[in-house]
Design a protein around this ligand. Structure first.
Ligand SMILES: [Zn+2]
Length: 90
């Protein structure tokens, strides 16, 4: 199963340990970038458009679990704002 990423109304949560804030996300992104160089040759990327995105894994930084990362609502949408222990992945 391909892991899902949260949107503007949701966030990640580790179902094992309750971590809400720290994850390692491995993803492949195909993008188009507007490179804006100075005359000296230093480049800044002014705009990035994501053309395709493939999420490989999302790993909890606290307990290293990858098998029970869930999507929950953000606090303003009724979701948790405290990091509390999870259900052990049941
Ligand atoms: Zn965890």
């Amino acid at each position: 199963m391909t892991p899902a990423l949260p949107d503007e109304a949701s966030r990640l949560r580790c179902g094992h340990c309750g971590n809400l804030t720290r994850f390692d996300v491995v993803r492949t992104i195909r993008s188009s970038e507007f490179w804006h160089a100075t005359l000296a040759g230093d480049v800044e990327i002014d705009e990035t458009t994501v053309l395709a995105e493939d999420v490989e894994t999302i790993r909890c930084r606290w307990c290293s679990a990858t098998d029970h990362i869930e999507i929950v609502p953000r606090p303003e949408f009724g979701g948790p704002s405290q990091e509390s222990p999870g259900d052990g992945g049941v």
